[in-house]
Design a protein around this ligand. Structure first.
Ligand code: SR1
Ligand code: MG
Length: 403
């Protein structure tokens, strides 16, 4: 019998005992073991445990209520999903995710590789740090994890087993509401933004029927398009970086959905960093962000074009014209979901620090307008975004229009 045989919400005092029970072979120096809570996400508790022997591990633990709101209850099964996805992604994109040492479906906790030598990408970007290798790393990560889990490549019955295994109604519902509805109707009265943009948001989001119809279609596509095993929340707070390394983590929102949801999230979150760069009047950083957006899209397209024939197993995917049709569809979704991410992080309940840290009210209002206009361009003209330059140019256009 162990106190960890039945679920309870662990706190810092439980973590060392828990770690010793789950990772007994790590040669821990019990006397010097320490633990600290380091989580700053919206959902879970994250503990770092270490000792003087040089051992360290991250324990991630799902509570029944979310950190962002104790009114919101979401299945603790998200911890299993996250652990299993990381193990799968490790096979598709070696070295690009933290290694999972164990996961525990009783306590809804897992132990994973400590990546403290990396920085959380959102904070590094807010400090205006540049990562020249990032575009290639993330584009290849997305190509490998998305294309290779799709019906283009996978045997269809095996793929459907994964669809079943990673069905995630409660986490998907969060996205369906917070991303693909509330920014456009504020139905739950959770939206917020600068006071001076009240008329602007009303006109550009709440009253734009053409936009809302497109978002309605995107919501249904998100709910029904089981295209690839997506990360589901691939923002810069789900990525660790070093100059020579990129690691993707936190795939608890993973499920079979549209590939463009992941790619679009990466693009939108780089645009939030661009807004921060504008606040700091850092042209070099802003130029690097636009270059990175361009490269991510173009490297993804290049990987796709170079490898499609080599990895496709589905005979009908090899029909003339299908490859081009399928890529166009991925890029259209990428633009569209970049747009919805830009909107929800600007007006919705789960904001990003890149934006909320802008203290000057006028600058913040300007950045809000840039995000909203760029998002609208991506959604309303989604078929036009067929290369990296097109994605980057939309940011410059929105910047000019937001003045
Ligand atoms: C209620 S959870 C809010 C947001 O945090 C996560 O990181 C997801 O992005 C979710 O939408
Ligand atoms: Mg997260």
């Amino acid at each position: 019998m162990s106190k960890f045989d039945k679920y309870f919400l662990m706190n810092i005092d439980d973590i060392i005992e828990y770690t010793l029970e789950k990772l007994p072979n790590m040669n821990w120096d019990k006397e010097s073991m320490k633990a600290v809570e380091i989580g700053d996400g919206n959902l879970n508790y994250v503990f770092k445990v270490w000792d003087n022997n040089g051992n360290s591990v991250i324990i991630k633990h799902a509570g029944e209520a979310l950190r962002i709101s104790d009114q919101m209850k979401v299945s603790t099964d998200r911890n299993r999903i996250e652990s299993e996805i990381l193990l799968i992604e490790e096979t598709y994109a070696k070295g690009m995710v933290p290694h999972i040492y164990f996961y525990d479906t009783v306590m809804s906790a897992c132990g994973m590789e400590d990546l403290s030598d990396h920085k959380l990408m959102r904070y590094a970007l807010m400090e205006q740090e540049i990562f020249p290798k990032f575009a290639k790393d993330i584009a290849e990560f997305m190509f490998n994890t998305l294309l290779k889990t799709s019906d283009v490549v996978m045997e269809h019955k095996a793929k459907k087993e994964l669809v079943k295994k990673f069905i995630s109604p409660e986490l998907c519902e969060i996205t369906e509401n917070l991303v693909l509805m509330e920014p456009y109707n504020d139905i739950n009265k959770q939206n917020s933004f600068t006071k001076q943009n009240e008329e602007f948001v009303k006109r550009e989001l709440y009253e734009d029927e053409e936009l809302i119809l497109e978002v309605a279609k995107l919501k249904f596509e998100f709910m029904t398009k089981a295209q690839a095993l997506i990360h589901g929340d691939l923002h810069t707070g789900s990525i660790f970086v070093k100059q020579d390394s990129t690691k993707v983590f936190d795939p608890e929102f993973a499920f079979y959905g549209p590939m463009g949801y992941d790619i679009g999230n990466v693009i939108a979150n780089l645009i939030f960093a661009y807004g921060k760069g504008l606040e700091k009047e850092n042209n070099e950083f802003c130029d690097w962000i636009l270059k990175t957006i361009t490269e991510i899209i173009d490297i993804f397209i290049n990987e796709y074009n170079e490898n499609f024939e080599k990895i496709a197993t589905e005979p009908m995917a090899k029909v003339k014209g299908f490859k081009e049709y399928y890529l166009d569809d991925i890029l259209k979704d990428t633009a569209s979901y970049a747009g919805t991410e830009l909107h929800r992080r600007t007006v919705g309940m789960a904001k990003v620090k890149d934006l909320t840290s802008i203290e000057n009210e006028d600058t913040r209002a300007f950045t809000e307008r840039l995000n909203i206009l760029c998002g609208k361009d991506y959604i309303l003209n989604s078929s036009n975004f067929k290369n990296g330059v097109a994605f980057a140019k939309a940011v410059l256009k929105a910047r000019a229009d937001a003045e």
